[in-house]
Design a binder for this molecule. Structure first.
Ligand code: ZN
Length: 333
């Protein structure tokens, strides 16, 4: 009897899973890590911070990414080859430029919300998708001011929200509740581990066409001048990225039809200026972008140029929406 019930449950879970993902078309996942300096992304820890880390923690940081995943996709950046899309290296202006595909008038983190539809809303409208097909999970509350002109048009779990739009379930409420009693010392965010957990749960359950997961711990540790924890957060992101790719690889056709884009909103100052950004005229604008999956050439590191204003048109192109600008190089269907 036990075996029969076990088989029955296995059948239910397999059939409900494949049913959710069936015949939904191509997908894109955007994954951002706030304030990750190009130096640490490409080169690992530097001489400047050597005495703040035990010898075993120095050197390459994103070990799994560089050994396993970088060559499976294309990695933009290095020098000024890949830059942010906003006029200034500050989070909200940069996220807004990613979402609308050009610089906005926003010049700080307190500015107004975007004044036009975002890529998330445009994709939903163009493809006539259900609200649950477009989802955002963000640790930082101000992502809401970049994600949508009308936030009711998309599914979102942006701090401090416990949304109620029909997609929440017991597991999501449990994660949200845990997050709210375990807040970080900085204001306006939940800890990344809960945001990532929410995003991964949503991905597996709802197979969204466009999913955006936005993390922030790295930038907060940077502003605190806490280099060991900044590096630790990047190691955690390395593990999250591996987990995300492994999950997509286990999702059959959904995974094969998905393109993953990973980037940061801005870099950080050089040497002793690493605590902040928007300080020097150029270096914080130089960032990285990793693309992998459907439509992406597996070149590893590339010398091709690009910037964050190419992200929106690239997402649109990949999903079959008329691109509103120039797409990234090394992307072709
Ligand atoms: Zn910052």
């Amino acid at each position: 009897m036990k075996i029969t019930i076990g088989l029955f449950l296995a059948f239910i879970s397999i059939s409900s899973f494949s049913q959710v993902c069936k015949n939904k078309g191509p997908n894109v996942i955007l994954f951002t890590w706030d304030g990750v300096r190009s130096h640490e992304f490409f080169n690992g820890t530097g001489i400047f911070h050597a005495n703040q880390l035990p010898a075993s923690d120095r050197g390459e940081i994103l070990k799994t990414f560089w050994s396993k995943h970088a060559s499976e996709g294309t990695v933009f950046g290095g020098g000024s080859r890949y830059q942010i899309g906003s006029k200034i290296a500050i989070s909200l202006p940069s996220y807004q430029a990613i979402m609308v595909g050009h610089p906005t008038n926003c010049m700080n983190n307190k500015c107004d919300s975007i004044q036009e539809v975002s890529v998330l809303e445009n994709v939903r409208e163009f493809l006539n998708l259900e609200k649950k097909d477009i989802a955002v999970f963000a640790s930082w509350n101000r992502i809401l001011a970049a994600a949508a002109l009308d936030s009711n048009k998309i599914t979102h779990g942006i701090y401090p929200e416990i949304f109620d739009d029909g997609t929440q379930d017991e597991q999501m409420l449990k994660i949200q509740n845990e997050a709210m009693i375990d807040l970080p010392k900085w204001k306006g965010s939940r800890k990344d581990k809960y945001t990532f957990e929410l995003g991964m749960h949503y991905l597996k359950k709802h197979c969204p066409r466009l999913l955006y997961i936005s993390l922030v711990d790295s930038d907060e540790f940077g502003h605190d001048g806490d280099y060991p924890n900044y590096v630790r957060s990047l190691r955690q992101y390395d593990e999250y990225l591996d987990q995300l790719i492994n999950t997509l690889n286990s999702m059959g056709e959904y995974g094969r039809q998905t393109t993953l884009l990973v980037t940061t909103d801005h870099s950080r100052g050089p040497g002793p200026l690493w605590l902040g950004h928007a300080i020097t005229s150029y270096s914080e604008k130089n960032v990285f972008l990793y693309a992998k999956g459907r439509g992406v050439k597996a070149t590893g590191r590339t010398k091709e140029m690009g910037n964050h204003t190419n992200i929106r048109p690239t997402i649109e192109y990949l999903l079959g929406v008329t691109p509103t600008g120039e797409i990234l190089p090394n992307i072709s269907l």
